[in-house]
Design a protein. Sequence first.
Length: 206
Amino acid sequence: MHLDTTQLMALAAALGWASGLRLYAVVFLTGLAGWLGWVQLPAGLQVLQSPVLLAVSGALVLVEFLADKIPWVDSAWDTVHTAIRIPAGAALAYGVFGGDEATWGAVAALLGGSLAATAHAAKAATRAAVNTSPEPFSNIGLSLLGDAFVPSMLWLSVHQSLWFFALLAVGVVVMVAAIVLLSRFLRGLVGRVRAAAAGASGTAVP
């Protein structure tokens, strides 16, 4: 399947956005689609079809799948990947155009990096807030939702680009709102914990 300009722009946005949620799944699924001949990947992304990279990214998909289901381990995983997902999202988006169009590649990199940062921040804030709940089911449910949402959006970017852009716009608005609201919640929670600790320390002193 050969991609037109609209599909390429949608793919660049999808790769950047999805990298903020499931980087290794993005690398694996994109490479697998190219290796199987489902999609003719742009020259800048054809390295993802390498059997070695497919094997490594596939193994990391499994590791991330498991880590993302364990409360607090998921937050630690997100913290470590703050320095990985955002530049990787920008690099993948750049790869859509970088092999042929340097200007479009730069635009795609900025778009991909911004979307990756937004998605990563929203995911990290949401999971940190959910981890304050003692029950594990909401954590696992959100993780499974992400597992399903990422390949769905990648598929839409190629096969239904206009629908993808519409859903992406809604998703970005929701994510920005979540970042703002949950950041306030987490700051308030930290403040209450510190106040309680200070109070307990003060009562313990004669």
